[in-house]
Design a protein around this ligand. Structure first.
Ligand code: G3P
Length: 502
């Protein structure tokens, strides 16, 4: 095993990464490239799928080159990806018919409202697919493309167009594209389309019909861990088995070894996503959480999760950098926030894509409240970071309410967990310890494990558990009254973000 490694492709919202891991689950090398964020109108967010595929090849080349490895030393490839983001392409030309519509995009509000008006409101499909009707999910995004791109609907009905999240798009291209690329996804991704039966893991033809999406466009749903195909001849990974697919948040849950009912993790990326393993039966939330597939390893039973999705956390720091210019790099936010003692009374509700869990308010928009002349950019930086912690508390409260058992600690991962002050504040606001593992990039690691398990590189979940190691733990130290006071003000600030869409 010493000269064999597993490669994971993490096709995320802001960048694409290739990471190579060894048998101990340690990072051997990384290649990473950001792609353009396209904002054609307020509320619209797009990516160029061609750029994403070009970057994928580039970062795989970087990761192999930096570790001086050849493709023969790669035992398997796993793919993990930003979920929900919809790509529609022409199977004959290999060209996307439109930019990818990103999960944060809110243009499908009207489509969602129309579907809700057919009866049942926002919960119309919840029993079948585990999700409320919301702009977040893929189905309405596919409908928008077919309705708005000239000729797309006819081509789709003739079977010429394919839909995929970016896992399927990358996989199709890696395995040959127009020359025999395979069109496959896994149940974690499919469970975010609003089109998959959450019990049977099959496409729901009735919902697809109502949504105006021909089932022929949809990828085949296979498990999260099995050999789907091989890298194409002439590519960077010819003949290498592609053997794992997990949506990025489920991949992180897997990489964090959350294999028991009640195990949970929170990932701090462009948004935050907390998942709790609920076992082999889907559980319906009464508190604004999503029912989603956590993973399905080969022919083993499906494992489900409840998820609290928060649309904007890390991307608020990018906004401070790119739109306000008060920092010049994302890590600088920590220094700027450290120039002040506290938030100075300011609360920042970053409802840029409406509010996701636990509110699901598409009429919400960002609000910065509590301002006085005392407030400076340090306070705004601090309020922006604190928003991540407060939103996480809201999701944790929903999880505790749904499960009836209080979580006693929280495993965290993702880019922002390098920020010490934020993690301390997170523990303070939650009132439970926050724990970071040694490999904080558990998203890529989880996809690597899924692929490595499929080809026998790792024997199974026990290897994941054995490789997991704690790096740092933050204990809550804030006085309870102070925690309650700040959280109460946060809740009040949230109400100020409601009802901003005409
Ligand atoms: O549901 C969206 C999520 O999968 C995006 O994750 O890490 O790319 O922000 P990330």
């Amino acid at each position: 095993m010493t000269d064999q490694f597993v490669l994971a492709i993490d096709q995320g919202t802001t960048s694409t990464r290739a990471m190579i891991f060894d048998h101990a689950g340690k990072v051997v090398s990384v290649g990473q490239k950001e792609h353009e964020q396209i904002f054609p109108k307020a509320g619209w967010v797009e990516h160029d799928p061609t750029e994403i595929w070009t970057n994928t090849r580039e970062v795989v080349g970087m990761a192999l080159g930096r570790a001086s490895l050849t493709h023969e030393q790669i035992a398997a490839v796993g793919i993990t990806n930003q979920r929900e983001t919809a790509v529609v392409w022409d199977r004959e030309t290999g060209e996307p018919v439109y930019n990818a519509i990103v999960w944060q995009d809110t243009r499908t509000q009207k489509i969602c409202d129309e579907l809700a008006a057919l009866g049942g409101g926002a919960e119309r499909y919840k029993d079948k697919v585990g999700l409320p009707l919301a702009t977040y999910f893929s189905g309405p995004k596919i409908r928008w493309i077919l309705d708005n791109v000239e000729g797309a609907r006819e081509k789709a009905e003739a079977g010429r167009l394919a839909f995929g999240n970016t896992d399927s798009w990358v996989l199709w291209n890696m395995t040959g594209g127009v020359n025999g690329g395979i069109h496959v996804t896994d149940p974690t991704n499919a469970s975010r389309t609003m089109l998959m039966n959450i019990d049977s893991l099959t496409w729901n033809e009735e919902i697809a019909g109502e949504m105006g999406v021909p089932v022929s466009m949809l990828p085949e749903i296979r498990s999260s861990s099995e050999v789907y195909g091989e890298g194409r001849k002439g590519g960077l990974l010819p003949g290498v088995k592609i053997a794992g697919i997990l949506g990025d948040q489920q991949a992180a849950t897997f990489g964090q070894a959350c294999f028991e009912v009640g195990h949970a993790k929170n990932t701090y990326g462009t948004g935050n996503f907390m998942l709790i393993n609920t076992g082999t039966e889907p559980i319906s939330s009464q508190n604004g959480l999503l029912t989603t597939v956590c993973y399905k390893i080969g022919d083993q039973p499906t494992v489900y999760a409840l998820e609290g999705s928060i649309a904007v956390t890390g991307s608020l720091v990018q906004w401070l950098r790119d739109n306000l210019g008060i920092i010049s790099s994302a890590p600088e936010v920590e220094q700027l926030a450290a120039t002040v003692e506290d938030n100075g009374g300011a609360y920042f509700v970053p409802a840029f894509s409406g509010l996701f869990a636990p509110y699901w308010r598409s009429d919400a928009r960002g609000a910065l409240v509590g301002l006085t002349r005392y407030v400076n950019k340090g306070h705004i930086a601090r309020a922006a970071l604190e928003a991540t912690a407060f939103q996480t508390r809201e999701v944790l409260d929903a999880m505790n309410a749904d499960s009836g058992v209080d979580l006693t600690e929280l495993k965290v991962d993702g880019g922002m967990v390098a920020n010490d002050a934020l993690m301390q504040f997170q523990a303070d606001i939650l009132g439970v310890p926050v724990i970071r593992p040694q490999v904080a990039e558990t998203t890529a690691l989880g996809a690597a494990y899924a692929a490595g398990i499929a080809v026998g590189y790792w024997s199974g979940e026990q290897d994941v558990i054995d490789n997991w190691a704690e790096d740092k733990r933050w204990e809550p130290s804030m006085d309870g009254d102070e925690r309650d006071r700040q959280y109460r003000l946060w809740k009040k600030a949230v109400t100020k973000s409601f009802d901003w869409v005409d």
